[in-house]
Write a protein that binds this ligand. Sequence first.
Ligand code: ADP
Ligand code: ADP
Length: 219
Amino acid sequence: MATFIVLLGPPGVGKGTQAKILANTKKLAHISSGDLFRENIKNQTELGKHAKSFIDKGELVPDGVTIGMIRERLNRADCKPGAILDGFPRTPVQAVALEKMLAEFKGQVNVVPYISAPEAVVVGRISGRWTCRLNGHIYHQMFNPPKQTGVCDIDSSELYQREDDKVETVTIRIRVYLEQTIPLVEYYRKSGKLIEINGEQAVEQVSKDLYSAIKNHFM
Ligand code: ADP
Ligand code: ADP
């Protein structure tokens, strides 16, 4: 049986950072919907062009497009043992679609770590975030600086600040999160799969808490 882990939490709380660590240690695929959109934008695909108009405004990309993109990703061979889903689902419609997709693989969402931190903390994290152009590796100018300013430690590509990380767009993204994604917290809590993680701690401590929360859920 495969293991599927859904990471929930506000923008900037550290989902991508934790997903990358966990994917490495547990040899699971890391599916980041934001990274997939950014890859499509970079490659100027039709999906990318369509998604960009929403992402630039801080709004969610419509469910149909997003679900189709994730379905295609889940079908790739590296998802056989399971995956960590980071940024998807973000709406109840997406959550229901995910269940249907996983049922096709004879799988299900096993556990949903919900990483939370106060708004001021996530805003501070987003405003110092630097992202790697080639593979989306994540840095923070204070909390996780690269060895050399502006250069990724892992693949030496350029680091950039995401257009949607500017403060006006972040305010909209947080509002969208509260309106459209918070309902998922209750949805997964009712299903008994939600495990709350204090995201207001150093990366290493969040990783430890995350690991102990999920360690009994591997198939
Ligand atoms: P998300 O995927 O939830 O948007 P990221 O993993 O991209 O969040 O992290 C947002 C920013 O916060 C990045 O700059 C990252 O380096 C930094 N960060 C992540 N986790 C922590 C933490 N526990 N403490 C301090 N900074 C963190
Ligand atoms: P963050 O890690 O800071 O939360 P992401 O990289 O996950 O940001 O997402 C960036 C943007 O991509 C979102 O603001 C939204 O426009 C779009 N996006 C990502 N995932 C989804 C999703 N599941 N549904 C709709 N839009 C999405």
